[in-house]
Design a protein. Structure first.
Length: 284
């Protein structure tokens, strides 16, 4: 069975030591970029390897004309494939990503693997807390894998850029959903980017609203109803956030709900607000 959205701790435990299962620890702290690696070294799921948001899942070089591409722009596809090969990912691999923040960072890796055409990738539902609550053990040994053979394949996901968003403002035909916390969406408490507010016409769906109190995702039917109140059709929807990370959490939740086809705006608010010519709205 191929896992393409979520996997439980109990099911992962049955396969975690199998050679073609690749487990990737994505823990991170936006305020302390070294915290994720330190947490991994202190204890991680057995056989897991570490994937760093800034170094493995982003490429902060400016665009071709020196433009700012956001705080976590996507890496070159070829460079990302090379990272996956070093992590041992094969075409046949089942990849499982996890963190300790309800999938906040693991969902970014989930989306990126689908971006390069690898379908067998899932997020550990509930993350490391769920693993430990299930009575599973942690390891301090750094895992290593033989070099993988994964290649770039046709993308399974869609993405848009700032020009697409601008064009949509002129003739709105696509719903834009912002995954940031409500106060940042309103522009009340912006601490990460230089400008507060949101893209005109965007609606707010805080990514943490996808989770139950125990950190696991809500049931599919509940997610379907909640997203259905915001969008008319997934294929005409765009997900964004602060820097293209937590928007992937909304995309994962939609996939769990059976609402496939929404696009990611990778640059998100951090890229959008860097250009003063782009319009900004505050409040609700």
């Amino acid at each position: 069975m191929r896992h393409t959205t979520l996997i439980s701790a109990a099911e992962l435990a049955q396969h975690v030591l199998e050679p073609d299962w690749i487990v990737l620890d994505c823990r991170h702290d936006l305020a302390n970029p070294d915290a994720g690696r330190a947490a991994y070294d202190a204890g991680h799921i057995p056989n897991a390897q570490f994937a760093h948001l800034d170094r493995d899942l982003s490429d902060k070089k400016p665009g071709p004309n020196g433009e700012f591409r956001g705080r976590h722009p996507l890496p070159d596809r070829g460079a990302f494939i090379e990272i996956l090969r070093k992590l041992g990912v094969n075409h046949s691999s089942q990849v499982v990503a996890y963190d300790a923040q309800g999938g906040m960072f693991a969902a970014r890796l989930w989306w990126m693997l689908r971006w390069v055409g690898h379908e067998a990738v899932a997020v550990l539902d509930g993350g490391l807390p769920a693993w430990q609550a299930d009575g599973q053990w942690l390891s301090t040994e750094r895992a290593s894998k033989l070099r993988g053979n994964v290649n770039d394949r046709p993308s399974l996901v869609a993405s848009v850029n700032a020009n697409d968003i601008l064009a949509n403002l002129d003739t709105p035909s696509r719903a834009i959903i912002d995954a940031r916390a409500p106060d940042r969406f309103r522009g009340d408490n912006e601490t990460l980017d230089p400008v507060g507010g949101h893209i005109p016409g965007a609606k707010n769906r805080f990514f943490k609203d996808n989770l139950q109190a125990d950190g696991r995702f809500k049931p599919a039917e509940q997610l379907r109803a909640e997203f259905g109140a915001l969008i008319t059709a997934p294929e005409t929807s765009i997900m964004q956030c602060g820097s293209g990370v937590t928007a992937c959490h909304n995309l994962l939740a939609m996939e769990v709900a059976g609402l496939s086809g929404a696009a990611l705006y990778p640059g998100s608010w951090s890229e959008w607000c860097a250009d003063p010519s782009r319009p900004v709205t505050t409040g609700n």
